[in-house]
Ligand binder design. Structure first.
Ligand code: AAL
Length: 392
């Protein structure tokens, strides 16, 4: 752009004419990277974010939340919680979602008072919980179907609480991976490994394997104390199961709340799962929310750590780079991902899912959590496909 602009200086009320020549950076941010030396920030804009404007970045989105119908509450007294929804799948002409369900005579004490918990008094919002499921035609109004995975009798794996599940469809069968607590959360920390149950229909019955499939790491390892938020996707003909852990012994009691994510890969849904040698793969985040995107995978980095509130992308499904910074991202998001299990080489992204939020009425010691719906635009021409799939 060639021309002269007037720059006025408020302080001394003078205006000066400034020649703007082609060598200066054009005012209207060009979508394509200009052929001239750029500052580190402009390089990053074009290279890391592939755009200078958020709306031009495919992995940038704002998020909209909608109250769900069909999940009744006990008036918010803290005795009933639904949280940590799985991914949403579409089978038998309807959507399915699984989630942590707690309905106890009293509200949770808070992890710091875990010693006072017993067989009916929960320590945490996810203590003494089961895995329930619901179905929906439109993703807004849900019909609660009841328990999918119950707590097994002591001393079976997960006898204290089975929580924070996610779904895998593999060779026509269905698998629910979940945190399997063997003690009240908070007694030492939020400690648990991951177990799995399987079914021949999304409506169950779910058969528990009573096996730990993602064990805690060895003494001193980053995932020694907790394997949280198991999140399976299918890539390269294998099961890529991402999970969260933390660096600190008293994981959830640690104010620094540093959370990291790792990956374990298997050829068979019941394992063995091999943890990736580069683990941890993400240096921030809390619950796991990922989706295939183009040839790689995208991850929502939620709540904790230096890179919180970013969306990151790994072309190789292992080495993540920051793709965008966002706000108000879904907590514990379980997206509807049409291509989660079809080994796609061209992931289409997501436009909606379920997540949770802690009811404003309670503090963290006595919270109870509520499911909600989120909508976003982290997709590539997915909208038309979803319309065809559901409404044509
Ligand atoms: C969630 C998840 C795991 C934790 C607790 C229940 O947000 O990170 O599942 O154990 O909180």
């Amino acid at each position: 752009m060639i021309g002269t602009i007037l720059v006025s200086c408020e302080s001394d009320k003078k205006s000066i004419a400034v020649d703007v020549t082609q060598k200066d950076f054009p005012f209207f941010l060009p979508k394509e990277k200009p052929n001239r030396p750029l500052s580190a920030a402009l390089e990053r804009g074009y290279e890391a974010y592939s755009a200078l404007r958020p709306e031009q970045n495919e992995l940038y989105s704002q998020f909209k939340y909608t109250k769900l119908k069909g999940f009744e509450y006990n008036g918010g007294d803290g005795t009933l919680t639904r949280r940590d929804p799985s991914k949403v799948i579409f089978e038998n002409g309807k959507h399915y979602v699984w989630y942590t369900y707690r309905n106890t005579p009293v509200k949770s004490l808070g992890m710091a008072r875990a010693k006072e918990a017993n067989d009916t008094i929960p320590s945490a919002d996810w203590d003494l919980s089961e895995i329930w499921y619901a179905t929906s035609a439109d993703g807004f109004t849900w019909e609660e179907q009841g328990v999918a995975v119950a707590r097994p009798p002591k001393p079976a794996v997960g006898w204290r609480s089975v929580t924070t599940t996610d779904i895998l469809k593999w060779e026509g069968k269905y698998y629910l991976y979940y945190q399997a607590f063997m003690e009240a959360s908070g007694l030492h920390g939020d400690y648990c490994p991951v177990a799995v149950s399987y079914a021949y229909s999304p409506d169950g019955p779910w058969i528990p394997t009573h096996k730990v499939v993602i064990p805690n790491g060895p003494e001193g390892s980053w995932d020694q104390y907790a394997i949280h938020d198991p999140y399976p996707l299918v890539h390269d003909g294998k099961i890529y199961l991402y999970y969260k852990s933390g660096l600190d012994k008293r994981l959830e009691l640690n104010p620094s709340k540093v959370r990291m994510h790792g990956l374990a890969i298997a050829d068979n849904p019941l394992g063995p799962f091999i943890k990736h040698e580069l683990n941890p793969l993400l240096n921030s985040g809390h619950e796991t929310t990922l989706f295939p995107f183009k040839e790689g995978v995208a991850a929502l980095i939620i709540k904790d750590g230096m890179e919180r509130n970013t969306i990151q992308y790994a072309k190789d499904w292992v080495n993540f780079e920051i793709a965008s910074m966002v706000e108000m991202m879904p907590v514990a998001g379980g997206p509807y991902i049409p291509d989660a299990f079809n080994n796609t080489k061209d992931g289409k992204g997501i436009t909606w899912g379920l997540s949770h939020f802690i009811n404003a009425g309670g503090d963290w010691k006595h919270n109870h959590t509520i499911l909600t719906r989120f909508d976003c635009d982290l997709s590539r021409d997915l909208h038309d496909e979803q319309m065809k799939e559901h409404y044509v």
